[in-house]
Every structure is written in structure tokens, then in C-alpha cells.
Ligand binder design. Structure first.
Ligand SMILES: Cc1cc2nc3c(=O)[nH]c(=O)nc-3n(C[C@H](O)[C@H](O)[C@H](O)COP(=O)(O)OP(=O)(O)OC[C@H]3O[C@@H](n4cnc5c(N)ncnc54)[C@H](O)[C@@H]3O)c2cc1C
Length: 317
């Protein structure tokens, strides 16, 4: 049973985009900046937590507190605060879901934040800073957070920075779920970001991409996708594009499988082994997964055989 957490951070701002989708800004009491330079790498996450209210005399078997990892949406140039883009989950799996505990909190309330950024889902930790290919960032819902941090940091360091090597495809059910849209549209207009907002349940008047974020990688929509991404016909291929995905397993699985016919190589040891990919082939698809469901069921022999066939046919071309 998790013990009570010592609160060490204050909620300084909150923006509710939908009843179950919000942006939270936390100010930790202390941040140990090791150097004058960036104190984290865009794409990293921290752990935040909250206590359950313990009522005297009540025998409640649930844990006393809950902690979860959250991607940082703010850039490291923000020295004192951290921003998070959070969905209150509809079907939690735990006895004490963090998002349900924290939904009632308001500006001025206290929380726990382990302000020690962690993780390798960064440009540095995946394709490398020197990679000049287009970084195609595919985000479903709150999976946008790491990519916002990446784009923001570059513009914060240099307002005239070029973001032509960055494409962000952000999927939401409705346009109201397209967090950070105005900011990303500004980066598109002023810095060359390729921004593709995707809506899976568009109403009348939606002129942008229709479908989930990962549908940008569907074979049947290739020509439309290349056009939306500002690529020439046939350019959605690994020598021109590296792919970063963030979100839940479905988005990741559909993106990976959609791209196999173009010879994209997933960055996962077990999946590589299942698909019989030689060790010396560099990965071109990287991801950060928010849930625990396996991305591809490697025990499904028929599925794995089909994926293997598709990939190796592409590699043989
Ligand atoms: C490295 C990392 C970074 C993360 N960053 C973020 C983030 O920036 N924003 C964020 O909202 N979540 C993020 N998550 C997910 C987060 O840690 C929690 O899993 C999520 O908030 C649910 O926790 P809970 O305690 O409320 O629900 P739990 O009781 O733990 O329920 C888990 C269920 O919630 C679902 N779920 C998890 N995350 C989401 C989500 N984002 N949207 C919809 N359903 C979800 C899963 O399918 C799972 O079935 C991240 C996870 C990891 C591993």
C-alpha cells in the first residue's frame, strides 16, 4: 500500500479543453538545475502524484497515494515550471487512478512531483540530433506532449528557428481535443513546422485530415498523406523520413504496420527478432507507449508472418 506523498509542488495554472482533457502547470518547490544549460531534454517525462483523502475511521482498502509518469509539454527553457497535457481516463485499471484523483484540483493546490526528468524518447535518444531527415511525429491525444516540448524548445531558443524537418500529426476525436493547435499553427506559419491536425469524428466544416493520427500511414491513403506532409510522391520512405510515435498501443501498432511496406524498421528488440530484421539495419520508427498492452502480439503467428512478408518484400526492392 503506497504511503502518503510529501507534496512539493503547486498547481499554478490549469486550462480545461474538454471535460476530460486539461493542461496543468506545476511549479515544483525546488528544482536542482545541475548546470546553467537545459535541465531536461525535450521528450522526457517526470513522475507526478497525489494522495487520497484519508477520512478518519473509514476503512478504505485502496492505496493511500498514486504516482504516474507524465511527459513534459513545456520546454527546458522554462526553468521553474513544468506543463502537462493530461486526459482523465474513461476506463482506469487501477484502484486509485491518478487522473481521477487530480481532476478536482485547482490553482493553488499542492501535489507531488519528482522533478527529475527521465527517458530517451528525445530526438537525441532516437534518431540523433545530426539527423537531417524529416522527423514525422505521430501523436494520439495527449501523446502530443513530447512533441510540443521539442518544437517549443527550438522556437524558444531562436524565434526564427526553422522547423521544416519536423512534421506533427495530432489526432483527436473532435476539434476541441486538438490541444496546442493555435501554437502549432503559428509554428507552421512562422517556422515551417508541418502540422497536420487529424480529427476522427469531424462534424460539418472540418477541412483538415479526417481519421485517426495513424491513418496518415495507411497504405490506401499514401498519396493524400504525402501531400499533407509536404512530401513528393514516394518520399514517405526511410531515407527521407524517420518516425516518432507517442500514445496508446493502437496508434503505435497501426503506424508501425502501415509503414512496413515502405521498409521502415521498428526500434524494438523483440519485434525486430519476430520480423527477422538483421542487426545492422538501423531503426527508423521509435515510440513512447502510455499503456502496457503489447504493441504487436508476437504470439499471433499468422499476423507476424504477414508483417514479415510485407517488410521483407519492401527491403528486397
Ligand atoms: C513515459 C510515459 C509518459 C506519459 N505521459 C502522459 C501524458 O503526458 N499525458 C497523459 O495523459 N498520460 C500520460 N501517460 C500515462 C499516465 O502515466 C497514466 O497511465 C494515465 O494518466 C492513466 O493513469 P491513471 O492512474 O489515471 O489510470 P490507471 O488506473 O492507471 O488506468 C490505466 C489505463 O488508462 C489508459 N490510459 C493511459 N494513458 C492514457 C491517456 N493518455 N489517454 C487515454 N487513456 C490512457 C490505459 O489504456 C490504461 O488502460 C504517460 C505514461 C508513460 C509511461
Amino acid at each position: 500500500m503506497a504511503k502518503l506523498l510529501d507534496y512539493n509542488a503547486t498547481l499554478v495554472a490549469r486550462e480545461d479543453l474538454e471535460p476530460t482533457l486539461s493542461i496543468f502547470r506545476l511549479r515544483p518547490d525546488v528544482i536542482e538545475h545541475k548546470t546553467e544549460g537545459p535541465w531536461f531534454v525535450p521528450g522526457q517525462y517526470v513522475t507526478i502524484g497525489i494522495n487520497r483523502e484519508v477520512k478518519e475511521g473509514e476503512d478504505d482498502p485502496r492505496p493511500h497515494s498514486v504516482r504516474r509518469p507524465m511527459s513534459i509539454a513545456s520546454p527546458p527553457e522554462d526553468r521553474d515550471e513544468l506543463e502537462f497535457y493530461i486526459r482523465k481516463v474513461g476506463e482506469p485499471e487501477s484502484d486509485l487512478p491518478l487522473t481521477h484523483q487530480m481532476w478536482p484540483i485547482k490553482v493553488g493546490d499542492r501535489m507531488y512531483c519528482r522533478a527529475v526528468p527521465t527517458g530517451h524518447f528525445t530526438v537525441e535518444g532516437t534518431v540523433g540530433l545530426e539527423d537531417t531527415r524529416l522527423k514525422l511525429c505521430i501523436a494520439a491525444g495527449t501523446g502530443l506532449a513530447p512533441f510540443v516540448s521539442i518544437a517549443r524548445s527550438r522556437v524558444r531558443r531562436d524565434p526564427k528557428a526553422r522547423l521544416d524537418d519536423l512534421a506533427i500529426v495530432h489526432g483527436a476525436s473532435y476539434p476541441t481535443g486538438l490541444g496546442y493547435r493555435a501554437e502549432l499553427e503559428r509554428y507552421a506559419a512562422e517556422n515551417g513546422l508541418r502540422y497536420v491536425p487529424a480529427v476522427s469524428r469531424p462534424g460539418e466544416g472540418w477541412r483538415g485530415w479526417r481519421g485517426r493520427a495513424e491513418s496518415i500511414c495507411e497504405v490506401a491513403r499514401r498519396a493524400e498523406a504525402e501531400d499533407a506532409l509536404g512530401l513528393r510522391t514516394g518520399e514517405l520512405r526511410p531515407d527521407k523520413v524517420a518516425v516518432l510515435i507517442c500514445g496508446l498501443n493502437g496508434t503505435i501498432a497501426n503506424t508501425i504496420t502501415g509503414l512496413l511496406d515502405r521498409g521502415f524498421i521498428p526500434d524494438n528488440r523483440k519485434l525486430r527478432r519476430g520480423l527477422e530484421i538483421e542487426d545492422d539495419r538501423p531503426a527508423t520508427v521509435f515510440w513512447e507507449q502510455y499503456d502496457n498492452t503489447p504493441v504487436i502480439d508476437l504470439k499471433d503467428a499468422a499476423l507476424v508472418a504477414e508483417l514479415r512478408r510485407t517488410l521483407h518484400a519492401a527491403l528486397a526492392r
